[in-house]
Structure formats: C-alpha cells, structure tokens
Design a protein around this ligand. Sequence first.
Ligand code: F6R
Length: 241
Amino acid sequence: MKITVVQNYAELSAGAAEYIAAVVADRPNATLGLATGNSPLGCYKLLCEYCARGDISFAHVTTLNLDEYVGLTADNADSYAYFMRKNLFDNIDIDPRNTHIPNGVAPSLQQECARYARLVGALPRAVQLLGIGVNGHIGFNEPGTPLNSVTHAVQLSYDTICANAAHFGGSATRVPTRAITMGIGEIMSAERILLIASGSAKAQAVKDAVRGDISPLCPASVLQTHADCTFIVDEQAASLL
Ligand code: F6R
C-alpha cells in the first residue's frame, strides 16, 4: 500500500487525475473502474479539462461504475448515472455505450446484480478509483460485508444515509435506503486501486483502513492485501495516521 499525503483537495484531485491520465495514455483502450461522490469531483473536472485540451482521449476507454441507488432512474438528477454524465461523460469524448453502471430500476435486482457481475468479470479494470465512507465502506459495501462479495443489493447504513443527505437537500429521509454495489471481491480484482480521501470526517476511516486489522468491520482494510494499491489523502484525512 502506498500512501501519499497532500495538502488539500486541489492537490488530491490533481494527483488522482494525473494517475488516471497516465493509465489511459499507457493503455488507450483501458477499462476504468469509477466512483461517484464528492471525492472524485475535482479529479473528474481536471480529466474533462485534459480532454478538452486534447491531452488525453477516452475514445477507446470503457468504464464500470461502482454503484447506483435502487429506485432512481438514470435521468433522475440524484442518480449516480446522472452524476457521471454531468460531471464526466458528457464532457469527454467517451462513447456512452462503453460506460456501465448498475441499473437501479431493473425489474429484478437479483438478475441485474448477476448481469453486472458478469460484466465486471468480462472487463478487467486497469484501475479502480475509490472513495471511502466515514464508516470505512468502499463502493456501498457497508461494514459486515464479506470481503469476497460480488455485485449485490444492499441496505445502506444509517451513517451512509446521513453522510449522503447533503445531496438530497439535507434530508436523510429523501436518501434511497438501498443500492446495488460492486462487491469487495470484485473491487479487489482490479489491477490497480486508487483511493482518495479528503477532510477530517474521513480520518478515522483512513486510519482503520491503513493501520487497522483486516476485517469486514472496516471493508477498506482489505486494501492492505492488494498488490498495487495507492491512497492519496489530504492532511486532514491523514491526521490520525
Ligand atoms: C460512490 C461510492 C462511495 C463513496 C463514499 C465516499 O460511488 O462508492 O463508496 O466513494 O461514500 O463518498 P464521498 O466521496 O462523497 O465522501
């Protein structure tokens, strides 16, 4: 595990964008595992700028997102599908047919999870980008999830619902309570992993992930066993290391 501590969110975003740009420059047809949320926003903004300048092309890139809320259609402004289009896909030269995200309104969640798991198996990721939850979750694999899990539907924890309420007008009751997530075993199957974390609210989770026991109680702790895992964290998120 390589830990890079940077001063602030701007430096974290630049580090992550440069990391991903280097992967794409080296392998223009790479599959990238992507995340949503506040952590990757700055990184995505920079990738859009690199692409607009012609420094990088996503024309042959494929993407696989980690997760989606159950019950939100892809055109719902709170869905992760919408987030990805607005913050990345609509502003780069990627073919939308090569972007994949679980379908949160599939008639059968079980079949949708099986379909997505097949896709994850068929598309080896050159890198998986991750944020980390305040409770140590990766994707929406909440504490207690088996470390070898595959794509599945989950009940979001109270911590996660509260942490995500800001995106729903500050109202925890508006946050969907279920999601589909790539499993921990599948996250671990990516060739490289890049986790980014910013702010003091993430400090305990980062400490548990980096220094704690490898345990389902902190899903991110499993990353200690990955052969090529990098954390880029700002000073506040690193404050308990
Ligand atoms: C999002 C995801 C989550 C987030 C985590 C941190 O696709 O899988 O694990 O990465 O909840 O969220 P932010 O970045 O908003 O603090």
